[in-house]
Unconditional design. Structure first.
Length: 116
């Protein structure tokens, strides 16, 4: 099992799908990194050589925002909305949907906890 960006990557998964377990990594970025190190995305992680794993680790750590950096950036953006007092910031604080969803049929738990 490989540990990259606070994520355990399973040895049994294919490289392309295992990389998608890292926060902020989608299928296109996973394919990009597979192409960058010169390995097929269909190979399993336990079949990678030590050299390939080192190349992958270096490529991920260079200049791409994934993992905890993405989480930190999202938290900062939410905090900025709360600080400036925007409508979306208020909805974040209250725990309600902030992108126009209805609250009549959904978000019942959020509304129930705020009413009490």
């Amino acid at each position: 099992m490989i540990y990259i960006y606070n994520t355990n990557l399973s040895d049994k998964k294919k490289l392309g799908s295992a990389l998608r377990d890292i926060h902020g990594m989608g299928s296109m970025k996973a394919q990009y990194f597979c192409d960058l190190i010169g390995v097929s995305s269909n190979i399993k992680i336990n079949q990678l050589s030590v050299f390939d794993l080192e190349k992958l680790s270096q490529a991920l750590h260079q200049n791409h925002t994934i993992g905890p950096e993405v989480r930190r950036k999202m938290r900062e953006n939410r905090q900025r909305l709360v600080t400036i007092g925007s409508y979306r910031g208020f909805r974040f604080v209250e725990g309600l949907p902030c992108r126009g969803q209805r609250t009549h049929g959904n978000a019942r738990i959020a509304r129930r906890s705020k009413i009490k």
